[in-house]
Design a protein around this ligand. Structure first.
Ligand SMILES: *Cc1c(COP(=O)(O)O)cnc(C)c1O
Length: 369
C-alpha cells in the first residue's frame, strides 16, 4: 500500500476475506452468514464491504436503520437486507427498497400488518426478534399466541426468521446466563413453529457467539465485529485482522524548549527540549479528546509517540523526541499497531466505539494488502 499523504481510513478487503474465512471455519457448511454492515460497515465503507461479502458468499445483510440499507440498494446490492431497528415511520422506506423489518413488539406487528395490508403486500418477509434477557428490543414468551394468531390471520406477511440477541456471549463468566437465553429461544421458537405450521430461519449468534457457542448456530449467524477484525478476546484477535487502518501524516515538526507549552489551555508544558509533530487529525475525525495528555498514542515508523496536550478539532500534537522522523512521514493512528483494541482499553471502551467513530470527513481508501 502507498504511504499516506493525508488522513485516510484504509479498508483492506483481503483482511475482510480472511476474517470471513476464519469465522465460517467455525460453522457448518450450510449455515448462512448475515453480514452486519450497520453504521457504515462499523465505520469502514458499507458498500465496499458488502460487495466483497457478496462475493465471499453471505446470504443476508443487517443494518440498523433503513437509510443504511438504502445506500446498499443504491449501489445495486440485491442481497436480502434485515433492518434491525425499524419504526412505524420507516415501514414505507423499508418495503419500497425491498428490505425486511425486524418486528419486536405487539404494537409493531399490528402496525406492520396493517401497513402491509393497506399497501397490498403478500407474504412480505418479516423477522421476529425475541428478548431473552438483553431487555433491549423484542417479544417475550407471553406474546407467542398473539404472534401466531396475528400472522396466520393475514396473507400480507410471512415470518422469514426468528431470532434473539445474546447479552454477554463474549463473557465466559456469563455462560449460565447465555445458556438460559438460548434455552428460552429454543422453547419459544419451537412453540411458534408448532402454531404457525412452517419453519422460519432461526438465528441467535453474533461474533462472540460464533466463537463461543457454535452449537447454537441454527440456520444463520449475524456477524459484525469479527468481520472487521475483532473477536472480543485477545486470543481470538490473533486469528483476525483489522480491516480498517487510520493513517495520517506529519504536517509540521517543532522543537519546543523547556518551559514552553503546546496546544490549547497550554496543557502540555515541556520539562526539557521536546520534538513535537502536528498531525491533521482531531476530535472531529474521531480521535476522542480523552486521548490527549499522553493517554493515547500513535506510531511513527513503528515507534510509539504519545499524544501531548489537548486534542484539537482538526489536529493532534505528538511527542517524537526520540523518533527519527520528518514532515510528510506517515503516522498510524490505529490498525495493526496500535490496534483499536489496545487503544480502546486505555479509555475503558471497546473497539466497536473507536472504529465506528471515524467521522465521514476522513477519506476511505479501499485496498487489498
Ligand atoms: C450489531 C448486532 C450484531 C452484530 O454483533 P457483533 O458483536 O458485531 O458481531 C448482531 N445482531 C444484532 C441484533 C445486532 O444489533
Amino acid at each position: 500500500m502507498q504511504k499516506a499523504t493525508e488522513t485516510v481510513l484504509e479498508i483492506d478487503l483481503n483482511a475482510l476475506a480472511q476474517n470471513y474465512r476464519y469465522l465460517t471455519s467455525k460453522l457448518d457448511k450450510d449455515t448462512r452468514v448475515m453480514g452486519v454492515v450497520k453504521a457504515f460497515g462499523y465505520g469502514s465503507d458499507s458498500v465496499a464491504v458488502a460487495k466483497e461479502l457478496v462475493i465471499l458468499g453471505v446470504s443476508y445483510f443487517a443494518v440498523a436503520y433503513p437509510d443504511e440499507g438504502i445506500s446498499l440498494r443504491k449501489a445495486s446490492i440485491e442481497t436480502s437486507i434485515l433492518v434491525l431497528h425499524p419504526l412505524p415511520a420507516t415501514f414505507k422506506k423499508i418495503t419500497d427498497s425491498c428490505m425486511e423489518p425486524a418486528i419486536y413488539s405487539r404494537s409493531m406487528l399490528t402496525q406492520f400488518i396493517d401497513f402491509a395490508e393497506k399497501s397490498g403486500l403478500t407474504d412480505f418477509p418479516i423477522h421476529l426478534k425475541f428478548n431473552t434477557g438483553l431487555n433491549r428490543l423484542g417479544f417475550i414468551a407471553d406474546d407467542i399466541d398473539f404472534i401466531a394468531e396475528k400472522t396466520t390471520a393475514t396473507f400480507s406477511v410471512k415470518i422469514k426468521s426468528m431470532f434473539t440477541h445474546l447479552a454477554a456471549s463474549e463473557d465466559a463468566a456469563e455462560k449460565d446466563f447465555t445458556e438460559s437465553q438460548l434455552g428460552q429461544f429454543k422453547d419459544i421458537s419451537e412453540k411458534i413453529i408448532n402454531k404457525i405450521g412452517y419453519k422460519p430461519l432461526l438465528h441467535t449468534l453474533n461474533t462472540s457467539g460464533v466463537l463461543n457457542y457454535p452449537e447454537a448456530q441454527y440456520d444463520m449467524v449475524r456477524t459484525g465485529i469479527g468481520l472487521y477484525g475483532f473477536g472480543n478476546d485477545p486470543e481470538e484477535n490473533k486469528n483476525l485482522k483489522p480491516v480498517a487502518t487510520l493513517k495520517t501524516v506529519i504536517s509540521q515538526i517543532h522543537t519546543v524548549k523547556k518551559g514552553e507549552t503546546v496546544g490549547y489551555n497550554r496543557a502540555f508544558k515541556a520539562s526539557e527540549t521536546t520534538k513535537t509533530a502536528t498531525l491533521p487529525v482531531g476530535h472531529a475525525d474521531g480521535i476522542k479528546r480523552i486521548f490527549g495528555n499522553r493517554k493515547g498514542w500513535v506510531t511513527v515508523h513503528g515507534k510509539k509517540a504519545s499524544i501531548i496536550g489537548n486534542v484539537c478539532m482538526d489536529m493532534i500534537m505528538i511527542d517524537v523526541t526520540s523518533i527519527d522522523c520528518d514532515e510528510g512521514d506517515e503516522v498510524i493512528v490505529f490498525g495493526e499497531n496500535p490496534s483499536a483494541d489496545e487503544l480502546s482499553k486505555v479509555i475503558n471502551t471497546i473497539p466497536y466505539e473507536l472504529i465506528t467513530g471515524v467521522s465521514q470527513r476522513v477519506k476511505r481508501v479501499i485496498c487489498r494488502k
